[in-house]
Design a protein around this ligand. Structure first.
Ligand code: MN
Length: 497
């Protein structure tokens, strides 16, 4: 158990330095967390190993994997940031502190906040690798959720479905999205989960037989056309995505053709169209089910050709054709780019996209330079080109991006309060409760006493103190940005009712 060789085997051409760094983080974390136990009674180190393994499975660098081992060390052990820096340097300290900060964000549990919370996560993480570590940390927690008390399970699983999985989707990391959704599914919708499980169980055997038979025939046809450099496998739809699709089709399983799909991967883009030609000349395609996401990629960057064909003996099968590179990108999305160690080739200058750029390694919001830089993923470049066509949810989100307009600050408990840019402590107090606003006497921002008229910044932790005798003053109004605070102050002063 917790065999480091398991992690080494997931690395792509690791150097001796890569292995040494991971081994050092492994040893350091194991020692620092000695005696730490999880809810299940197992050593805490199992969680760190599980998280690091999830990160390695995405093909991330040794630095990110090492940070995965160390991600709870500041929060849960006596190791100080200084010691961590001394042992592992600035970059790993930066990643670990980033993950620690994200851990302080709490979910309100209301859909209204979900989008803000997702944006906050992205903003706070400052570096895409922090976000990836956090997602992998959550995935391991989901994998072991059965040991958590019942009343907490639902909250954590919901948060996973509403916040974490959509972030993985946005980043194009399908593998993480699928695993997060499927582990959360059974806690959030236990009855539906059971239903889907039964459907899958009933269909699986028939699907396997059908696919294997078709695969043989297709291989034969490809060989006949002197096509040899390809790889075929098949995938079955994940439980949660089948559940979502079934809802869309009002429960009619028979009208869902892509419960399973045959996937053909080839070397070159031109080969994709050759394979499509061979498929269509042998099996009749269903009209309007041919999708060329190679020519027009999906907005999260997904590229592939999809077609659905009649097998000729009553079956219907979806065939997906793509290059190996597209296949890697489809599974790992942005994660498949951050492991590259290339210089930045092209800068995105569109201000609407800066938030994405700002979380790529190499440059982050704090202006602190991290050593690993990366190329801008193609889907981000494409987003710039798609800008004018809009219409898609994602684009609208970015267009109305309220990063520029909104800030997110924390209560001492870690709840998120969403305020207009340049809001001050008084706005914050009124956003919590009228009584607090009306009687605010002093405030601490990030632990320091500061004037209640102080302008707040993204990520500030704000504590306010109230006194019975404290009263609003007319002067406050000019500092307040929210209509609510202004109105309440006017009311308290008797200017309006
Ligand atoms: Mn953790």
């Amino acid at each position: 158990m917790n065999d480091i060789k398991e992690i080494f085997s997931l690395l792509n051409n690791p150097t001796e330095e890569d292995k040494a760094l991971i081994q050092k983080a492994y040893d350091f974390a194991q020692k620092a967390h000695t005696g730490g136990v999880r809810k299940s009674g197992e050593p805490y180190f199992n969680h760190l190993f599980g998280t690091a393994k999830n990160i390695a499975e995405l093909g991330m660098s040794s630095t990110t994997i090492a940070a995965g081992f160390l991600h709870d060390i500041i929060e849960d052990t006596n190791v100080t940031p200084d010691e961590l820096k001394k042992e592992f340097g600035d970059e790993i300290l930066f990643l670990v502190e980033g993950v620690t900060k994200l851990g302080k964000i709490r979910h309100h549990g209301t859909a209204r906040y979900d989008e803000s919370l997702r944006k906050l996560f992205v903003a706070m993480s400052q570096d895409i690798r922090v976000l990836i570590i956090k997602l992998c940390d959550r995935l391991h927690n989901m994998m072991t959720l059965e040991h958590v008390p019942k009343e907490k399970q639902l909250r954590i699983a919901k948060e996973t479905l509403e916040i974490y999985a959509p972030i993985a989707y946005r980043l194009g990391i399908k593998k993480l999205q699928r695993d997060l959704e499927d582990t959360a599914f059974k806690y959030v919708y236990p009855n539906e989960y059971e239903e889907i499980r039964k459907i899958m169980k009933a269909k699986r055997e028939k699907i396997e037989i059908e696919l294997t038979k078709f695969e043989k025939l297709l291989k034969k046809e490809l060989a006949k056309n002197n096509f040899t450099d390809f790889h075929i496998d098949h995938r079955v739809k994940s439980m949660y995505s089948l559940f979502k699709k079934l809802k869309k089709y009002k429960g009619d399983v028979e009208s869902i053709y892509d419960i399973s799909a045959l996937r053909v991967t080839v070397k070159e883009v031109a080969d994709c169209y050759k394979v499509l030609g061979i498929v269509h000349s042998n099996w009749r395609p269903l009209p309007e089910r041919i999708k060329d996401y190679i020519a027009s990629p999906k907005l999260n960057g997904y590229q592939s050709i999809h077609t659905t064909i009649f097998t000729g003996d009553g079956g219907i099968i979806e065939v997906q054709i793509r290059t190996q590179e597209m296949d890697k990108e489809a599974e790992y999305g942005i994660a498949s780019h951050v492991s590259y160690k290339e210089g930045l080739k092209k800068k995105t200058t569109n201000p609407n996209l800066l938030w994405i750029r700002s979380i790529l390694p190499g440059k982050n919001m704090s202006g602190k330079k991290t050593s690993t830089s990366t190329d801008v993923p193609s889907w981000i470049k494409e987003l710039v080109e798609y800008q004018n066509e809009a219409g898609d949810e994602f684009i609208d989100d970015i267009k109305n991006d309220f990063f520029e307009e909104r800030i997110f600050v924390f209560t001492p408990k870690g709840d998120v309060i969403d305020l207009p840019k340049d809001s001050c402590v008084i706005d914050f107090a009124y956003a919590i409760h009228t009584d607090i606003g009306d009687h605010i006497s002093s405030a601490k921002i990030n632990g320091r006493f500061l004037a209640i008229t102080t302008t707040l910044k993204n990520g500030d932790r704000v504590e306010v103190e109230t006194k019975k005798g404290a009263k609003p003053s007319f002067k406050w109004i000019e500092f307040c940005k929210t209509t609510m605070a202004r109105r309440k102050i006017n009311q308290a002063l008797g200017i309006i009712k």
